[in-house]
Design a protein around this ligand. Structure first.
Ligand SMILES: Nc1ncnc2c1ncn2[C@@H]1O[C@H](COP(=O)(O)OP(=O)(O)OP(=O)(O)O)[C@@H](O)[C@H]1O
Ligand SMILES: [Mg+2]
Length: 232
């Protein structure tokens, strides 16, 4: 039988990939969470009933308990990344969300330069904050946690345009082309490659868009355009 050939756009392919990923993540995480729950119970039982015979044994038991918590948090994180939950929209000030995202990402070595404006948007505050946080995290990674991140906001007619720029290592043409793809990452084992996928998905669910320009060894600018809120 002759094999059929289908032609998909990159966007359609990514949408399909996303569907499969979130399905897989929800099934896998359900199972994994049960297993981790079991290990957590065992770890608790051991810590209460076993008398460690050496300092090393005590350390191992303590480590087991903390590692189980880390694993549980990591599974939840991956789940949250792959699954954009139902939006819970309200009228909120975009500036406040960006400030919260900055606060979450403040570390020694990174300097934020900001020129922000107070502007109302109709958005899910948690999810929109996640968009900015994911982009800021990438900027930090690109600058190896040292340098300046510049954030500007400008109102253009009925849109609010936020630009987040870094002076990090930038992207080559291939990375720029693929950076929004689900599970695309150049960070090897350190990352999942879902930050920009999710940021784009959330932004589009708010009728907005993300554009990226980047130059190798110079830096990256991420432009997030969102509609401003109009009172009727
Ligand atoms: N500001 C940036 N500067 C340079 N490269 C970037 C920047 N932002 C994204 N990238 C590139 O795009 C890729 C995809 O980014 P994305 O945020 O989706 O995934 P990640 O950061 O690798 O992993 P995750 O966000 O899931 O932890 C990155 O691996 C990196 O190569
Ligand atoms: Mg990222």
């Amino acid at each position: 039988m002759e094999e059929k050939t289908y032609v998909f756009t990159k966007k359609q392919l990514n949408a399909e990939k996303n569907k499969v990923l979130s399905k897989f993540a929800s099934v896998a995480s359900h199972d994994l969470k049960n297993v981790v729950g079991g290990i957590s119970n065992i770890s608790y039982y051991l810590s209460k009933t076993v008398k460690p015979e050496s300092e090393t044994q005590k350390k191992m038991l303590d480590l087991l308990a903390t590692e189980v918590v880390t694993l549980n948090n990591r599974i939840t994180e991956v789940l949250d990344m792959t699954r954009v939950k139902q939006l819970n929209k309200s009228v909120c000030d975009l500036q406040n969300l960006i400030i919260k995202a900055i606060e979450e990402n403040k570390i020694d070595g990174i300097n934020f330069e900001q020129s922000l404006v107070s502007v109302k948007v109709y958005a899910d505050p948690e999810r929109m904050k996640q968009v900015f946080s994911n982009i800021i995290k990438n900027a930090k990674d690109a600058m190896s946690n040292s340098g300046t991140i510049t954030i500007t906001m400008n109102i253009e007619e009925d849109k609010i345009v936020t630009v987040i720029s870094d002076c990090g290592k930038g992207m080559n043409a291939e990375t720029l082309e693929n950076c929004f793809d689900p599970m695309f990452s150049t960070k090897l084992a350190k990352a999942v490659g879902m930050g920009l996928t999710v940021a784009q998905q959330i932004t589009e669910m708010h009728n907005g868009k993300i554009d990226i320009s980047s130059q190798e060894q110079k830096g990256t600018s991420v432009k997030i355009t969102l509609p401003t809120y109009k009172e009727d």
